[in-house]
Design a protein around this ligand. Structure first.
Ligand code: RIB
Ligand code: CA
Length: 315
C-alpha cells in the first residue's frame, strides 16, 4: 500500500518539483497540499501550488491555503532564488482549479485525525501551519505517522552561518514541531546540498519532450541562474524533493537518531537547529533521540525518481 502524505509547502521551485515527485510516484499517495508563506507571500505560494497541480494534471488533490506570516516574526521571502512570482522561469500557468475554502490548519487536523496511523506530514516550507495544527489539536502528534521536514542543518546554514531558511523564517514554529511527541525526520541542508541539480538532469527532463518537462526545465534554469548569481554555485541544490524521496525510497538515505532543538533567542543564531546525535557523552534530554536526522543521500538515485515521476505525469 502506498504511503499517504500531506505536503505543506511554499512553492518555490524546489517545492514544485517535490509536488510533482509526490504526485508522480506510485509509492506515495499525495492526499493534499497545504500552502504557507515562505519563499513568497501566501497568495503567490498558493497560486503556484495550483499552477503546478494544473500543469502536472494532478487530479483530486485539494490545495488549501494556510498562514500568511510566521507565528511571531515578520515574514521573510526569497525572491532572489524563486523570483517575484515564486515560480519564475516558465510562462505563468493559469490554474484550472481553485484553492479549497477553509484554512490549511483545519485541513491538516481533519485529514490526520480522520485517518489515525495513516498519514505522514511532509513540510518543505516554514513550519507555521504545522505548529498551528499541533496547537489546535495536539493529538495529531499521535495520529500522524510522523513528520518529515525539509529544513534545518547540523552544519552550515543558508541564511545565516547556522540557520536554514525554513527554520529561520519561523523558528518558533519549528521549535513547536520538533518539540512535539511525534517522530520527526529532519532532511536538512547537510543532505540536500548533495542533491545538486546538474545540467545533465535538466537535459534528461527536457528529453521527455512534453509540456510538463518544458515547464520544469524552464523553472530549473531560472533557479540555476539564481544560485549561480547568489551563491556562486553551478549546480543548484534541489532541497524539497529530498523530503519526498525519503518516503519513496528511504534506502537512498542514511539517518541517525538525534535530539533536535531550535535556538530562538540568539541574535546571531536564531533559527539554528541544535542537533545532538545519540552517542557516548552526549547530554540528551529525557525524551532522548526520538527524531532522526538525515546524514547521507544517493543524489543520482534521487534524481532518477524525479525524472521518472515527471515522465509519468507528462504522459
Ligand atoms: O533552505 C531551503 C528551503 O527553503 C527549501 O524548502 C526552499 O524551498 C525554501 O523554502
Ligand atoms: Ca520550500
Amino acid at each position: 500500500m502506498s504511503r499517504r502524505i500531506l505536503l505543506d509547502c511554499d512553492p518555490g521551485c524546489d517545492d514544485a518539483v517535490a509536488i510533482l515527485l509526490a504526485a508522480g510516484s506510485p509509492e506515495v499517495e499525495l492526499v493534499g497540499i497545504t500552502t504557507v508563506a515562505g519563499n513568497q507571500t501566501l497568495d503567490k505560494t498558493t497560486r503556484n501550488a495550483l499552477a503546478v497541480a494544473t500543469i502536472g494534471r494532478i487530479g483530486d488533490v485539494p490545495v488549501v491555503a494556510g498562514h500568511d506570516r510566521p507565528l511571531v516574526r515578520p515574514l521573510r521571502t526569497a525572491p532572489a532564488f524563486h523570483g517575484e512570482s515564486g515560480l519564475d522561469g516558465p510562462a505563468p500557468v493559469v490554474p484550472d482549479r481553485q484553492a479549497r475554502p477553509g484554512h490549511a490548519v483545519d485541513y491538516i487536523v481533519e485529514t490526520v485525525m480522520s485517518a489515525p496511523g495513516e498519514v505522514t506530514l511532509v513540510a518543505t516550507g516554514p513550519l507555521t501551519n504545522v505548529a498551528s495544527a499541533l496547537r489546535r489539536e495536539p493529538a495529531i502528534a499521535e495520529a500522524a505517522l510522523g513528520l518529515v521536514v525539509m529544513g534545518g542543518a547540523y552544519g552550515r546554514g543558508n541564511v545565516t552561518q547556522t540557520a536554514e531558511f525554513n527554520v529561520f523564517v519561523d523558528p518558533e514554529a519549528a521549535a513547536v514541531a520538533f518539540g512535539a511527541t511525534w517522530p520527526v525526520t529532519m532532511v536538512g541542508l547537510d543532505v540536500t546540498h548533495q542533491a545538486a541539480c546538474t545540467e545533465q538532469v535538466q537535459r534528461r527532463i527536457a528529453g521527455l519532450g512534453n509540456p510538463l518537462a518544458t515547464f520544469t526545465v524552464e523553472m530549473l534554469e531560472f533557479y540555476r541562474l539564481a544560485y549561480r548569481r547568489e551563491k556562486g554555485l553551478e549546480d543548484p541544490p534541489l532541497h524539497d524533493p529530498c523530503a519526498i524521496a525519503y518516503l519513496i525510497a528511504p534506502d537512498l538515505f542514511e539517518t541517525l537518531p538525534a535530539d533536535v532543538e531550535v535556538e530562538l533567542a540568539g541574535t546571531l543564531t536564531a533559527g539554528t537547529t541544535v542537533v545532538r546525535f545519540a552517542g557516548p557523552g552526549v547530554a540528551s534530554r529525557p525524551e532522548g533521540q526520538r527524531h532522526r536526522v538525515a546524514v547521507r543521500l544517493d543524489p543520482g538515485a534521487m534524481f532518477d525518481l524525479v525524472v521518472d515521476a515527471i515522465e509519468r505525469l507528462g504522459r
